[in-house]
Design a binder for this molecule. Sequence first.
Ligand code: NDP
Length: 329
Amino acid sequence: NREIHLASRPQGWPTADNFRLVETGVPTPGPGQIVVRNQFISVDPYMRGRMNDVKSYVPPFALDAPLDGGAVGEVVAGGGDGISVGDTVLHGLGWREYALLDAGSARRVDPDLAPVTAYLSVLGMTGLTAYAGLLDVAAMRPGETVFVSGAAGAVGSMVGQIAKLKGAGRVVGSAGSPAKVARLTELGFDAAFDYHDGPVRDALKAAAPDGIDVYFDNVGGEHLEAAIGAMNLHGRAAICGMIAQYNSAEPPAAPRNLALVIGKRLTLRGFLVGDHGGLREQFVTEVAGWLREGKLSYDETIVDGIENAPDAFLGLLRGENLGKMLVRL
Ligand code: NDP
């Protein structure tokens, strides 16, 4: 069994030295426990925050201990709570080849209903984040103009497509490369731009000349400032993530125009997907339907081998992924 440990806490941008590949034995299950051979692990931006030793909504990773995160795999030993050997399960102990956990903390998934990776992406946490953030937190209404940053990523690509499916008038996305921008157009975005090409404010004005009603923020900083500037009266922003500042040691310089929130009567609302589990059933039913009907596409970037998981994480922060970043073990 090989697993990835946090060897040291990154200062600013993480490097390969912050991680260590460690060999341990394959665990043996106790009563009510299962051993899962992980097949795919999720690689997520929020892990960067957990590498700092600060209080947050999730506890920090411990040094010299395995990282964790979403994973799917096959139960190879043990059982309990209706789960037995041979089942495919979703659970929270990724970043290792074999996971030992209480059966009650795993959820059985059906590998015949969807590819198992979907339970970590479109039908999983990132899909629900997009669905809940757009429809519940920002309460998007048909006809509205929606702007989403990080639009070619796991969450962002779902936000844009769900917005179109729910009748948005215009959907604009920003992303970090020409190839990603081209992909957004294929996915049905009405307009998309590469934020490296110039000020976000100018690109957004060109893409949404009549302003925006909803902003789904994955990036923060200059993107959030531009969105506040472009918002129409009573606009709403779902504040999902601020990846532009996860590796910076300095506080962000933007947004500088927060006072506009008053005159425009804007709502900026942060949220955590974990609080929106009540929507899961509705989300799965609706998204699975769109997938079946071919109305929704999802991209995955798959890196092979537990030893390459740190590189996958560093690549995610650098924007090397299209859609959901996963590691296949
Ligand atoms: P993504 O698949 O979107 O991957 C991260 C992407 O961020 C990269 O591909 C990169 O794309 C982009 N990025 C990196 N640095 C910058 C930067 N400085 N400026 C602009 N874009 C940048 O990840 P997820 O879909 O998993 O997550 C998206 C966001 O949602 C993150 O902020 C994450 O923390 C947040 N999140 C929040 C949740 C919640 O409950 N609130 C739950 C899940 C995710 P590019 O090439 O375009 O730069």
